[in-house]
Design a protein around this ligand. Structure first.
Ligand SMILES: *[C@@H]1O[C@H](CO)[C@@H](O)[C@H](O)[C@H]1NC(C)=O
Ligand SMILES: *[C@@H]1O[C@H](CO)[C@@H](O)[C@H](O)[C@H]1NC(C)=O
Ligand SMILES: *[C@@H]1O[C@H](CO)[C@@H](O)[C@H](O)[C@H]1NC(C)=O
Ligand SMILES: *[C@@H]1O[C@H](CO)[C@@H](O)[C@H](O)[C@H]1NC(C)=O
Ligand SMILES: *[C@@H]1O[C@H](CO)[C@@H](O)[C@H](O)[C@H]1NC(C)=O
Ligand SMILES: [Fe+2]
Length: 468
């Protein structure tokens, strides 16, 4: 009697375990899954006070501030220089010269202002510079009279398959003490990032009363120490929408698109919210999670044309940036990217995208190569499966903004989530050649040279058969 019931219990337990395995997909694959061991006790993310050194206004009448640059054409021979003059328009001209030359060239830009509720912006200058030499250090100067300011940047090498290049990856930065630590770690990382891939959510101005647009200005001054010297490739996040009918503000993305210009026309896009660039050995596609993306929409049509034009012999590395992740096992923003996944995931697999970076979730997560594209709603095949043509999805929305960390995780880590941890940090994508790139994630609480998570990415196009 007693031993019979014990056998019964064992059988029922085994059955339950089996059902659980099937339900969760655990029987499918995958050796190692990790949840970072670090336990945080400082969830609070505190804004740097307004009088902090990082927000200091540069001295001098009408001195240019918030200087930042981005790529200005499709291949890296162009730069867009942007800055703001607070008191009067001043000049939109940029003087620039190569390191080994003393002739000062000039490029002429334009100036704009915008209003948001009771806020009026300073004079926002955008100046595209074209036909620069590749692989060259240039100095540049903005401002007029006795308040000019000088900076420098380096153009990338010509586009080509074996051109090594190093990208930083930052998202959801904000302007807290943690944000400052993230930037400092990026600056001090022994692997030197040459361009920042920014996955959206910049200043978080909309978290303050009336979308306090002075927060856009402080953020511009805070990030200048990096953004004036290397291009940031911009992606729009939900904190860029600034849609506030209660304030009479009904033009989405007004502050963001006024302040941050991108070379979208160079990739035949009709909107600054989605576009592409080529840089060294990478073809980078920026998508907009908060613009229409369904079939027949402008973004859909653009991407439909764009993907087949990517020439992997020229740019082996195909990288996509978007704000809201399509794979996510945190409670925060769970399933928000699902509609985008349903529309686009099959293309990511078809065109063998190497990596998709997203932000939005204030934490870090890296996935195994999986896809979930077999499902047609009738066949019940709705489980992500191992797919070596699929990208690696990486969530890196952990720049350090005022909203703090997303610590709550979906209880059972899915088998295809390779590493997840709620800590602030930044990423480095170090492309070595057409076959190999190294990605690493650096947590703020570690030393500058410590990688909390890292992985070798083998290019999907030039992959050897059988290579993971
Ligand atoms: C921000 O970081 C920089 C570089 O580490 C440092 O010089 C500065 O004092 C920091 N500012 C604040 C407010 O923490
Ligand atoms: C230069 O700056 C000084 C001090 O702010 C000011 O008195 C002077 O008028 C300025 N000169 C010009 C040409 O703007
Ligand atoms: C943009 O369109 C023009 C005209 O159709 C074409 O010649 C050009 O190659 C396109 N550029 C890119 C980057 O797709
Ligand atoms: C792709 O790029 C390679 C290397 O630049 C070039 O030789 C080839 O013609 C390009 N292919 C197409 C279809 O444009
Ligand atoms: C590409 O880079 C990897 C990693 O540095 C290296 O092991 C490999 O030999 C390189 N391939 C070629 C063809 O140089
Ligand atoms: Fe976000």
């Amino acid at each position: 009697m007693r031993s019979n019931s014990r056998v019964g219990v064992v059988i029922v337990s085994l059955l339950l375990a089996w059902v659980l395995l099937v339900i969760t997909g655990e029987i499918f694959f995958f050796p190692v899954r990790k949840i970072g061991s670090f336990v945080r006790n400082d969830y609070l993310s505190v804004d740097m006070p307004i009088h902090s050194d990082v927000f200091r206004v540069p001295p001098g009448y009408n001195a240019p501030q918030q200087v930042h640059i981005t790529q200005g054409d499709h291949v890296g021979r162009g730069v867009i220089v942007s800055w703001i003059t607070p008191d009067e328009p001043g000049s939109s001209t940029v003087f620039y010269w190569p390191e080994n030359g003393d002739f000062k060239w000039q490029a002429h830009g334009f100036v704009l202002t915008y209003k948001y509720f009771t806020y009026t912006s300073g004079y926002i200058h955008h100046c595209p510079i074209h036909n620069l030499e590749f692989d060259t250090k240039y100095y540049y100067e903005v401002g007029i009279g006795n308040t000019t300011r000088q900076f420098w940047f380096e153009t990338p090498p010509p586009v080509g398959p074996d051109v090594p290049y190093t990208f930083g990856v930052i998202g959801d930065l904000g302007q807290t003490y943690n944000s400052n630590t993230t930037l400092t770690h990026y600056e001090k990382n022994p692997v030197k990032g040459q361009t920042v891939l920014y996955v959206g959510d910049l200043s978080y101005a909309d978290d303050y009363p009336f979308h306090d647009n002075t927060k856009w200005d402080t953020w511009g001054r805070f990030t200048e120490r990096i953004a004036a010297y290397q291009p940031w490739i911009w992606t729009a996040g939900n904190h860029e929408i600034d849609f506030a009918p209660q304030l009479g503000e009904t033009i989405p993305f007004k502050p963001y698109t006024s302040r941050y210009h991108v070379p979208y026309r160079a990739s035949n896009s009709t909107s600054p919210l989605w576009y592409s660039i080529k840089r060294a050995s990478a073809h980078i596609i920026v998508m907009s999670s908060y613009s229409a993306f369904g079939k027949y929409t402008p973004q859909y049509k653009w991407l439909r044309k764009e993907l087949p034009m990517v020439n992997r012999t020229e740019t082996p590395w195909l990288i996509i940036l978007m704000h809201s992740p399509i794979y996510n096992s945190y409670v925060n923003h769970y399933m928000e990217g699902e509609t985008v996944r349903v529309v686009y995931e099959k293309w990511f697999v078809e065109y063998k995208v190497d990596v998709v970076f997203a932000g939005h979730v204030h934490a870090y997560e890296r996935f195994e190569r999986v896809s979930n594209i077999a499902d047609n709603t009738l066949n019940g095949l709705h489980r992500p499966i191992n797919d070596q043509s699929a990208p690696v999805y990486i969530t890196i929305g952990d720049g350090g903004n005022v909203e703090g960390l997303a610590t709550a995780m979906i209880d059972l880590q899915p088998s295809y989530s390779a590493y997840r941890e709620a800590s602030f940090g930044h990423g480095i994508l170090d492309i070595k050649n057409r076959t190999h790139a190294h990605f690493s994630w650096n947590r703020n609480q570690d030393g500058y040279a410590v990688m909390a998570d890292s992985i070798w990415l083998h290019n999907r196009y030039f992959r050897q058969p059988g290579q993971a």
